[in-house]
Design a protein around this ligand. Structure first.
Ligand code: ZN
Length: 195
């Protein structure tokens, strides 16, 4: 496995690093990303790849379920550094299709110590979607639609969580920060905005 990384790095050096040497040399001294990207840890949703961003453009925080926890030092530190020190202009929360974290909301995760607690940060999204309809989804299409609605509602919910941080609302009020929701569809590769 590690050998393949070393080999892959040789390809990166030849096809990317050496060809864009100037760009990489400017990054040696400092970083000036303009976006804080909050995404899922899912291996299929690579922020730089799906947005075609260059190295140094995205300051990234990824976790299971693209969650914005309201009491978490790891996340809060990333947020504070991004907003107060890097002065990012935009924060993106990106959800995606087939999110395992949100599927787990419907599963009894017996034996897991951490996952059930963590995904409770998204429970409200599931409850909101289920409260909108009295019909229990039965067909595969209906079940898929419910899943997608929860994934999208979770992006909205995490934006609400983000706005519980005064440093976010203050920066928004000053007009120096915007918050956006995005949704990535694995089947089509399309990234779309969440209203
Ligand atoms: Zn996910």
């Amino acid at each position: 496995m590690i050998e393949s990384f070393i080999e892959g790095n040789k390809i990166f050096l030849e096809k990317d690093f050496e060809r864009k040497k100037d760009r990489y040399m400017t990054l040696v001294e400092s970083q000036h990303p303009t976006v804080l990207w909050i995404g899922c840890s899912d291996s299929r949703v690579n922020a730089e790849r799906i947005t075609h961003c260059r190295a140094g453009e995205l300051f990234t925080h990824r976790n299971i379920g693209n969650i914005v926890p309201t009491h978490d030092w790891n996340f809060a530190t990333v947020l504070e550094y991004a907003v107060r020190h890097l002065k990012v202009k935009d924060i993106v929360i990106c959800g995606h299709s087939d999110c395992g974290a949100l599927k787990a909301l419907d599963v009894d995760m017996k034996g897991d110590a951490y996952i059930p607690m963590w995904i409770n940060n998204a429970r409200e999204a599931q409850m909101r979607v289920d409260a909108r309809t009295s019909d229990v989804p039965t067909t595969p299409e209906e079940k898929a639609e419910r899943k997608k609605e929860i994934e999208i509602e979770n992006v909205r919910l995490q934006i609400e969580h983000l706005r519980t941080y005064p440093l976010v609302t203050e920066a928004e009020k000053k007009g120096c920060l915007e918050v956006h929701g995005l949704y990535y569809d694995l089947k089509t590769g399309v990234l779309s905005q969440v209203d």
